[in-house]
Design a protein around this ligand. Sequence first.
Ligand SMILES: Cc1cc2nc3c(=O)[nH]c(=O)nc-3n(C[C@H](O)[C@H](O)[C@H](O)COP(=O)(O)OP(=O)(O)OC[C@H]3O[C@@H](n4cnc5c(N)ncnc54)[C@H](O)[C@@H]3O)c2cc1C
Length: 388
Amino acid sequence: MPRYRWETEEHDLFRESLRKFLEKEAVPHYEQWEHDRLIPKSFWKKLGEMGFLCPQVEEKYGGLGLDFSFGVVIEEEMERVGAGLTGVGLHNDIVVPYIEAYGTEEQKKRFLPGCVTGDLITAIAMTEPGTGSDLANIRTTAIKDGDHYIVNGQKTFITNGINTNLALVAVKTDPKAEPKHRGVSLLLIEEGTPGFTKGRKLDKVGMYSQDTAELYFEDCRVPATNLLGEEGKGFKYMMEKLQQERLTVAIGAQTAMEDMLEITLDYVKSREAFGRPVAAFQNTQFKLAELATEAELGKAFLESLIADHLEGKDIVTKVSMAKYWITETARKAAAECMQLHGGYGYMEEYKIARWYRDIPVMSIYAGTNEIMKTIIAKNMGLSGGRKA
Ligand SMILES: Cc1cc2nc3c(=O)[nH]c(=O)nc-3n(C[C@H](O)[C@H](O)[C@H](O)COP(=O)(O)OP(=O)(O)OC[C@H]3O[C@@H](n4cnc5c(N)ncnc54)[C@H](O)[C@@H]3O)c2cc1C
């Protein structure tokens, strides 16, 4: 049964082979990766060998030339294993598309093949200790010095921060620009560039296996040829590419919601209290009926949203709605499903416990849900909303 109406037999086969691959190469090791707080680079290489990294990249750069719909399949199958695999989706559908869209031919030839094979693991570094939501206010500077930029500053909460060997970094090339966002540019900074160091692996509440880190730049000399697109256009590029990022977060939350529903249905049917299955209590039935309804609503919304995105339509308002509503609904569902598991729901060996701590961050990253609402309000013509 296809997940979405727009899926073809090709998607089915792709999904099936990815699922089999993950059952062998990810599921048995996932607990260890959670423990290590890191996914080994060897797993990335295996993904690359199988064609599961950046399948959208053009064939001439080593990709399969597929569209984002195959990225959706990858997002969903990874999420079913665990939210700790989010870094792969970030590489495939968030960072690499910047290089595809704004890179020069030389940059594409240099970087894209490695992104497809898994030799290059990308990260995007926008957030700083002093600013996250207000991206125009970043402090990291990149000042031109001949044919280099000298980069100084610090980034934090960077997904793939430990594993990355190619970071796309938001910098201020014109710190005095007014309005401020006009001073923002994007630089591709490679591991090994003198002055670029990685900080500690951050200790998170959940998503353990996804490495999140600080990045430091101290008089870091980056060749000017590593500028992505044009100087001063970085903010515009981010606003464009954040739409697909928000869509992937909504897809992850939807997958989580469906998985939680499935595991909780199984649990309440097998667990007994007062001589009856927990499923027989009206409270259980109502809670799960509500959750199933919300899962259907989320799926229908995503189905049309993904189709619009594939057709290249403007999805800014609707993707902000989907990101906010689906992540919020999944967060509430995690608490309800944990409750229905009783004490076992609080035990690490039950998957619902992991969802409970992995899901809340989805309301925070890729633009907080509050920021999503300011975008929706602004686009409804309400004054005081944030410019989308
Ligand atoms: C696990 C994890 C992974 C991440 N990965 C990355 C990554 O790969 N790359 C990257 O660059 N960043 C990443 N981030 C950072 C993330 O995008 C930011 O944390 C997020 O954008 C919020 O920024 P902040 O933490 O500075 O919060 P703040 O901006 O300080 O916000 C604090 C609170 O104020 C609210 N707020 C702020 N402005 C407004 C407003 N105008 N109206 C109403 N409320 C408002 C926020 O919604 C929030 O509730 C990651 C974060 C986490 C936790």
